[in-house]
Design a protein around this ligand. Structure first.
Ligand code: NDP
Length: 337
């Protein structure tokens, strides 16, 4: 992929050895701050948009050159001056891509931290995957924007990924026929395991032909945007629901896709909703916590993890995510829990 202007090419990672910089026993902690050991970190498509110059506007803050990048992760608290996060507690939220870091007591990222109880003793990595933001993205978006129709048709893109693999299972649980696409045959096998009725590799099959044969679509879960969104518009059923979750085909592109079927939004009465997961947190979090961890613990929901060990391999793992080489949730394991 082309390097973001001014940024090192993903794949070459500079590791800032914070264990050398932070005196773990004695580093002074300000009021309410905590010192954590990072266990695992999430790699996500939105990180591509953080690789930009600070003066370029965007919906998430840019990474700052020569400072550690940050993202979602799970850590264990080593030292604490914060009454909410005691020593030994595990937390989920935003943190540096570092072995250890101090999270200051006020503002962000402290505000993003959530105490993990983990009563079911599940692996910590799940809390950046099916029990983290990707899981919530699938569940919140599905609950909020889809009126499932038994035997109706749902089309889900990047169906073997962290979000898409859970959306397939939600659609099947609601009795829908599922068409799902991904970019390798191994991913197609995984989507079949998840219950997809028509799983296909979009590199070796024509999405256009498949949608014509198996549509029209009552639901389109969009993770890719561009040409596939246009094809979904062309093959939408009357009053279809389109969930605009992501547009990963456009994240490296500066050219807008020349849509041909936009007017179908009107003529087919399509309900089209874009969303950011955090905006649905208040409404759906309680239901998520009551239902999803237990289903995962009981093996009722399937997931895959694409694990990379060691911070030094972050760059190449991020490049793999952005070129489709991951199957399932992309995670960097930094330290033992
Ligand atoms: P995935 O685990 O699905 O990984 C990304 C996948 O996208 C790759 O495996 C690949 O799958 C596909 N891909 C990568 N690059 C391209 C490309 N250039 N063109 C086409 N496909 C590509 O990631 P997530 O599950 O974390 O995210 C899925 C989508 O959900 C993303 O669009 C993301 O931005 C969005 N998202 C939105 C959120 C929100 O709040 N709205 C929150 C979280 C995620 P394949 O082999 O199928 O091509």
């Amino acid at each position: 992929i082309p390097p973001a202007d001014g940024y090192p090419i993903p794949g070459k990672t500079t590791v800032y050895d914070t264990s050398a910089e932070i005196d773990l026993e004695n580093a002074p902690l300000s009021k309410d701050s905590i010192l954590v050991k990072v266990i695992c970190l999430s790699l996500d498509p939105y990180m591509r948009s953080r690789m930009r110059k600070p003066d370029v506007p965007g919906y998430v803050p840019p990474f700052i050159l020569h400072e550690p990048i940050s993202g979602h992760g799970v850590s264990v608290v080593l030292r604490s001056r914060n009454p909410h996060f005691k020593e030994g507690a595990h937390v989920r939220g935003f943190m540096d891509f570092a072995e250890y870091c101090i999270i200051e007591g006020d503002g962000f990222p402290m505000q993003s931290l959530i105490l993990l109880k983990n009563d079911l003793q599940l692996p910590w990595s799940l809390y950046v995957g099916i029990l983290g933001v990707p899981g919530r993205t699938a569940v919140f978006g599905w609950r909020e924007y889809v009126k499932p129709k038994a035997r109706g048709v749902a089309f889900i893109t990047t169906g073997a990924g962290a979000v898409g693999s859970l959306v397939i299972q939600l659609a099947k649980r609601d009795g829908m026929k599922v068409i799902a696409s991904a970019g390798t045959d191994d991913k197609v096998n995984f989507m079949n395991e998840l219950g997809a009725d028509v799983a296909f590799n979009y590199h070796t099959n024509s999405t256009k032909d498949i949608l014509r044969e198996h549509g029209p679509l009552d639901v389109y879960w969009d993770n890719v945007g561009g040409e596939v969104l246009d094809l979904a518009l062309e093959n939408a059923a009357f009053s279809a629901s389109f969930v605009e979750c992501g547009m990963i085909t456009t994240y490296n592109s500066t050219n807008a896709y020349p849509f041909k079927n936009m007017f179908n939004i009107i003529s087919k009465n399509i309900q089209i909703n874009g969303f950011l997961t955090r905006t649905l947190l208040e409404k759906h979090e309680e239901e998520f916590l009551q239902i999803i961890p237990k289903m995962v613990g009981d093996g009722e929901l399937k997931y895959r993890e694409d694990i990379t060990s060691g911070l030094a391999n972050t760059g190449s793992a991020l490049l793999d995510l952005l070129t489709g080489k991951n199957t399932g949730k992309s995670i960097v394991i930094v330290n033992e829990g």
